[in-house]
Design a protein around this ligand. Sequence first.
Ligand SMILES: NC(=O)c1ccc[n+]([C@@H]2O[C@H](COP(=O)([O-])OP(=O)(O)OC[C@H]3O[C@@H](n4cnc5c(N)ncnc54)[C@H](OP(=O)(O)O)[C@@H]3O)[C@@H](O)[C@H]2O)c1
Length: 261
Amino acid sequence: MTSPEQPTVLLPGEVRMPLLGFGTWQATGEAGYAAVLAALDAGYRHIDTATMYGNEREVGRAVKESGLRREDVFITTKLPPERVGRERETIEASLAALDTDHVDLWLIHWSPTSPGEGIPVWRELLAARDENMARAVGVSNHSISQIDELIQATEENPAVNQIRWSPSLYDRQVHAAHRDRGVVLEGYSPLRTTDLSDPVLVRIAAAHNVSPAQVVLRWHIDHETVVIPKSVTPDRIRANADVFGFSLTAEEMRDIDALGG
Ligand SMILES: NC(=O)c1ccc[n+]([C@@H]2O[C@H](COP(=O)([O-])OP(=O)(O)OC[C@H]3O[C@@H](n4cnc5c(N)ncnc54)[C@H](OP(=O)(O)O)[C@@H]3O)[C@@H](O)[C@H]2O)c1
């Protein structure tokens, strides 16, 4: 249903990233494995995991079990702060757990706190990319000034910044600042940070005969931001992927943007 026609965004290195991905934070053990398998069955072709989530092994097993070709599934993982200084060891452990020789995207989960401290970490990610352990590399939870510091030091922009993003957090300037730097904005916690009973979302959902959650996910996609909803509930996994049969009008997009205040 949702693949292979799914919309993608192009990252440096000709890497195509599906705008819809499947979040896996707190989806661990057998429930995590079953959720990822259900997601792949429902048409997701992009899975978001992290060393910190403790479920890379289950993600890797579900990708294998799905019968899909490895090149048809986009896999992201992330380097946690406590592994700074042990970057190579960490990506090698991720690849072993995921049972793959590369990830599609490797992110710095959070920036080290002191100015300048993120630069050697960023260089390690670039080295891993150059050695084909990651097809693209980027960051998460980074401010624009932290991104600028990395670009100034290395002349390489992070392909992606994964940040908390939803209608209530919408900020036109933050979105534009990412675009200006060639950094794709990837939004996390799209549903958790949304009031799904908001009258604007309810009205627009009714107009399209979909749910407010589907409107939120479609709003990300129509803005060309990546979105990675998580669910361990089969019905929600399917519904969250069923967002390609409608699109929002310019006026509806403006009304939802306005929820960002
Ligand atoms: N980089 C970072 O620091 C960072 C931080 C947070 C998250 N993330 C990533 O982003 C992903 C998504 O964020 P998230 O997990 O925080 O939140 P989310 O996807 O916004 O929301 C997940 C929650 O919403 C519920 N839900 C899912 N679909 C729903 C629907 N259609 N209607 C109503 N409720 C629904 C889920 O319940 P059930 O599971 O019970 O169905 C779960 O409780 C994570 O899984 C992770 O991959 C990254």
